[in-house]
Design a protein around this ligand. Structure first.
Ligand code: ZN
Length: 130
């Protein structure tokens, strides 16, 4: 592998611990935000946006790594920042998915015990009125 890229990746590995701490803080904020949104559709939209942002960041990181390989002078801190942001966004996506699961399993059928959606009027498993 290209030595410049190797050094860069080594640096990325070494900072993984710091990144983890920062991502934890972002996750806490995400959880708070997720708690304010009650609609599963809104949560799904948020996940969609986050995934798009992650894709863009991954593309930017790819360009930075390629530029390093090409010998262009790079500011590694920018790369590390982007990795940090991605960690935070991935945590947010996880938290939002959990929030959606909670919303979707908001009702339990009194007859068969199946998990039903919050908006469901009848049990999707046995047809009992909820
Ligand atoms: Zn049922």
């Amino acid at each position: 592998m290209d030595n410049r890229v190797k050094e860069l990746l080594e640096r990325v590995r070494n900072t993984a611990e710091t990144v983890g701490t920062a991502a934890g803080n972002t996750a806490k904020q995400a959880g708070k935000y997720a708690g304010e949104l009650l609609d599963a559709a809104k949560l799904n939209l948020q996940i969609f946006d986050l995934n798009n942002e992650i894709s863009e960041l991954l593309q930017e990181i790819g360009e930075l790594v390629y530029n390093t390989h090409s010998g262009m002078p790079q500011n590694d801190d920018i790369l590390l920042q982007k990795l940090d942001i991605i960690d935070g966004k991935k945590r947010q996506v996880e938290e939002l998915r959990e929030q959606i699961n909670i919303l979707k399993k908001a009702k339990v059928c009194p007859f068969c015990g199946a998990d039903c959606g919050k908006e469901d009027v009848y049990c999707k498993n046995c047809g009992e009125r909820l």
